[in-house]
Design a protein around this ligand. Sequence first.
Ligand SMILES: NC(=O)C1=CN([C@@H]2O[C@H](COP(=O)(O)OP(=O)(O)OC[C@H]3O[C@@H](n4cnc5c(N)ncnc54)[C@H](O)[C@@H]3O)[C@@H](O)[C@H]2O)C=CC1
Ligand SMILES: CC(C)CC(=O)C(=O)O
Length: 405
Amino acid sequence: MEASLQLNVRTFRFQKFNSKPLSKHATKFATIRCSVATPTRHYIITLLPDDGIGPEVISVAKNVLQLTGSLEGIEFGFKEMPVGGAALDLTGVPLPEETLLAAKQSDAVLLGAIGGYKWDKNQKHFKPEIGLLQLREGLKVFANLRPACVLPQLVDASTLKKEVAEGVDLMVVRELTGGIYFGKPRGFGTNENGDEIGFNTEVYATYEIDRIARVAFETARKRGRKLCSVDKANVLEASMLWRQRVMAISSEYPDVELSHMYVDNAAMQLVCNPKQFDTIITNNIFGDILSDEASMITGSIGLLPSASLGEAGPGLFEPIHGSAPDIAGQDKANPLATVLSAAMLLKYGLGEEKASQRIETAVLDTLNRGFRTGDIYSEGNKLVGCKDMGEEVLNSISPKIPAAV
Ligand SMILES: NC(=O)C1=CN([C@@H]2O[C@H](COP(=O)(O)OP(=O)(O)OC[C@H]3O[C@@H](n4cnc5c(N)ncnc54)[C@H](O)[C@@H]3O)[C@@H](O)[C@H]2O)C=CC1
Ligand SMILES: CC(C)CC(=O)C(=O)O
């Protein structure tokens, strides 16, 4: 099954429940997780757990996919492969050929996170981060969708005032395989004064801007029909071309209101008045930074999922956070960003909307029942670790069958 942009770029909005617990009697029931549908669809999913908290959050998401699948008539074949630091330790390279091949041959790819202190001093070709960039490039997933939605249950977890955060529902469409992360020339050298230099190139070709612009307009069209293009066209030539092309493509979408904003202003506006944004289109590096900023409006970086899609082939789904080495191995990670990435995988990658909805609903139910990892905890709720949060999501997914005693 291929992730087709035209078919699969759909509005990603959470169903908003009120904060009343949905299943307050859940503890009175024995939870029997069983298959209620005969598997009719089979998908191969490449799992890339990797570094830091990656394995912890992927383990939760895998269980969630498995249970959801059993209830929706979907059978998953999981293939676990290394990338990043784990791959460096195992094979000496951050993206082994076998991993890329397995990813390409699967229906979708779910990644945890890469990176960590251990490899920080490695030479550039032997950094875990290179493995992730090569994977995105290898899968040609140029369109990265990063939804940031403030859930009513988590308004208090936002670092912004309630009246500023409440109701925020935006989508960052980030260009993922171009720009300064990939541009050449890049490297180290010496300048005319003999000083050591490091340099990178921000470069975009017309076709790269046009294709991401179309994805963004399509996305905006299915949301609030407002697209804000974020660039630095007052200074950078690559941004000047970006703005020119986005304006040119806008003629194909007269029903979408287009605006432009410089990235420094956008960073400020996101914390000042985030509700003004519906869909944002931006380049690779600005999208990386602005989506991390947007995550805190929603309460935590541990909540934000993402979908990376190309013109053909499997999509890559991953939480927007990194490997969080400061909390790795301590059962403190919030797994919801990865669980919601699994929901995006079902929806955007496999076209399994109902199964995706089941996961989103379960996440809301878990939050409604008051379960919180440390990053989103507030008084009156139940503090749980990564594993227990995962168990609670499973409890919210599975039908509760009364114990036969
Ligand atoms: N897509 C990926 O795999 C990414 C990998 N990285 C790599 O991750 C490593 C750490 O990078 P940082 O800049 O520290 O970013 P990070 O996103 O790993 O962590 C930033 C902060 O957010 C917290 N955090 C992140 N995810 C969380 C979760 N699920 N639950 C609770 N708290 C969470 C961390 O504890 C930390 O305090 C680096 O090696 C970096 O290159 C960074 C960003 C993306
Ligand atoms: C770790 C980098 C390769 C990428 C990154 O920071 C991101 O995409 O969030």
